[in-house]
Design a protein around this ligand. Sequence first.
Ligand code: ATR
Length: 284
Amino acid sequence: MTQKSNTAIILGHPVAHSRSPIIHSFWLNLYGIEGAYITKDVSPDDINVFIGALTPQDCVGGNVTIPHKEAVYKFLQHHTPQALKLEAVNTLYWEEGKLIGHNTDGYGFISHLKASVSKKISTFENVLILGAGGAAKPIIAALIDEGVSAIKIANRTFARAEKLSAQFGSDKCQLDPICWDDISQHMISTDLLVNTTSLGMSGQPPLSIDFGLIPTSSIVYDIVYAPLETELLAAARAKGAHCVDGLGMLLHQAVPGFEKWFGKRPEVSEELRDLIVSDLEKSS
Ligand code: ATR
């Protein structure tokens, strides 16, 4: 009988920049597990064929990153409830010979928020989300799952904010789309502000909004982690707000995958964080 693999893969295009191999290699080494985590650059044209040909002899599973999350979701026949809700897959694992598509982005976002603030998530009353793209979805779904009852979504393309509000809004949580130009007036009363856009990331345009109205008592979470201290976080910090950077989300979203593939629930430690921070500094 052919031996099962002990290698996890990350599929992306491009994928060389991914920090996930550093994270998983750190844990494999820490826990003395014989295994590997490798990158596979697969083009959008080839992704379905690649996934369709995978067997447990090739890999224990892995991660899916940009631009394949939606395509892999559509191609797979088996999904977890989280992937079904988001129509996107970031984690793959085998179960009884079937390749399962899972999504841990919302888990990563919430776990890092819980690790960073003492306030119960359900008690946030004025949540403002910037962006309505692929990254906003798991964050909104995770906040709703935690019991948040009202969320405003600001997006440059208003129709996308409307669509997301209609998709995730319910009796449990009221979702209100707002115009990008109206961010400042809504910011005044926000207790949790989350940037889910790529604005402010190295090589991307800045998040050109007036940060002057960020309340001192608010929590400001930027999912961008390169740079670690974005212009938004620097402005929020200067106002005295509690800042949460995007690196923790990346680290926490990796936990469930590692546990599925290698049978050990890993810890997100300061040592691991420092390792990624020094790697980010090398490439900045
Ligand atoms: P996705 O996450 O679906 O791949 P994206 O193109 O990466 O989408 O964009 C992510 C988010 O950043 C979106 O909310 C996008 O706004 P639009 O829906 O209007 O495209 C937002 N975004 C990107 N560039 C922006 C800019 N220059 N100003 C304001 N928002 C921007």
